[in-house]
Design a protein around this ligand. Sequence first.
Ligand SMILES: [Fe+2]
Length: 245
Amino acid sequence: MRYLVFSDIHSNFEAFEEFLRLKKIKGIDAYLFLGDLVGYGPNPNEVITSFRKIKNVHSVRGNHDKVIADLESSSLFNPAAAFSAEWSKVQISEENLLFLKNIPKGPLVVDHFITICHGATFDEDYYIFSVFEAIESFKFMTTSIGFFGHTHFPLIYYLRREKLDIVPLNDDTRIKLDPNTKYLINPGSIGQPRDKNPASSFIIFDSDKREIQFIRYPYEVKKTQKKIREAGLPELLASRLEAGV
Ligand SMILES: [Fe+2]
């Protein structure tokens, strides 16, 4: 099976459209989406409408999806995130709102060896930013491989003989997975990369070869920035796209 793992689109239609056009995503058996279709960006409806056309996708909701679907308040968000969430609620069509409300809560065990979650395996909103959170997350994972999003930072935590280590994912890389090791893998973000590289990223996991392929691709950042400014969304949301932060 070839799985495509992607996360955090954040209403960025240019990044998502470019992703859907890539030759590299042809011949995929199943898609695994790790949450945050919306929030921050200027095109919530366009992104949800396109996303709904993807066949054979397993998804979990993100914290922004939850707030924009009115399942939780935006009061815990920072001002820019809260502003964009309230703005998105006004934009979103009834049909797309219903779709958003029905994205399942993570973690989700996809099959006997893969778990997907937005934040951590023990709490959908928790950020895995360090080995401490990764260790906790491994404790609550029943499969050998877990994919998570939320931090927008592409990397792999691996646990082998009770020793935990990290592999950052920078440029296009292929990594063979060891059957006796547990992995927590973050594919980075489609719509708002935060590892100081504005290019979008995702992962292809080939379960027969037990191989991870990390892929980066550029998109028209300037076009998205222009739309953010024209919509009257906070300037920070436009500038950070270019800086990849
Ligand atoms: Fe996110």
